[in-house]
Design a binder for this molecule. Structure first.
Ligand SMILES: O=C(O)/C=C/C(=O)CC(=O)C(=O)O
Ligand SMILES: [Mg+2]
Length: 219
């Protein structure tokens, strides 16, 4: 049997663990309190979509938002991983979109229901090509941007994260054991907005990667 290829991690069926409200400017734009501990939720592997395939609008939303985020890909699993060795567990990175049905999320929040319909639908996690760890020596200080139809909507630095990557790996691994191929979405900076059918989303990490996705409706 041939060795598995980490660059095609999305085919392995591993967990997608998402961190919310990790940028103060985004928490404020949605009128949320700044968290004192990370806010976590999950997406299933069926949320992945890669370039060349569209982001599909769920039929039940009229407000699908983009959230550009740095994804941290786990290369070595563990439980209770200390912050001091957390980065040894990282294989690399991907640029991600945490597509969010914002109207549905607001309804779930007001009813005290989980965010699954808002966050975990098919194609809710568009990803870039795999970025080996060596290409981003300081993941805590890179610039993420996103354009909708050539208009810049989001542009923020990972230096604004409330909880650092080592903190998140330590925190998450005390609750959910991490496995090779798991992906951690680290939260989004301000500027989220809704997208429509046929919109073109471009996103990038300055000097490292770009990606393009079209929004479409399921035929
Ligand atoms: O609490 C809310 O209203 C919204 C939270 C999010 O969608 C959190 C994120 O996914 C994020 O900050 O990246
Ligand atoms: Mg998010």
């Amino acid at each position: 049997m041939s060795a598995r290829n980490i660059a095609r991690f999305w085919e392995w069926g591993r967990k997608i663990i998402c961190v919310g409200r990790n940028y103060a400017d985004h928490a404020i734009e949605l009128k949320n309190a700044i968290p004192s501990e990370p806010v976590l939720f999950l997406k299933p592997p069926s949320a992945y979509v890669t370039e060349g395939s569209p982001i599909l609008l769920p039929f039940y939303t009229s407000s699908l938002h983009h959230e550009v985020e740095l994804g941290v890909l786990i290369g070595k699993g563990g439980t209770d991983i200390p912050q001091s060795s957390a980065m040894e567990h990282v294989a690399g990175y991907v640029l991600c979109l945490d597509m969010t049905a914002r109207d549905i999320q607001d309804q779930c929040k007001s009813k005290g229901l989980p965010w699954t319909l808002a966050k975990a639908f098919n194609t809710s996690c568009p990803i870039s090509d795999f970025i080996p760890k060596e290409k981003i020596p300081d993941p805590g200080n890179i610039n993420l941007w996103l354009k909708v139809n050539d208009t810049v909507k989001q542009n923020g630095s990972t230096s604004q994260m409330i909880f650092s990557i080592p903190y998140l790996i330590n925190y998450i691994s005390q609750i959910i054991s991490l496995e090779e191929g798991d992906l951690i979405l680290t939260g989004t900076p301000k500027g989220v907005s809704s997208v429509q059918e046929q919109d073109v989303l471009q996103a990038g990490i300055d000097g490292i990667v770009t990606m393009t996705f079209k929004v479409d409706r399921k035929s």
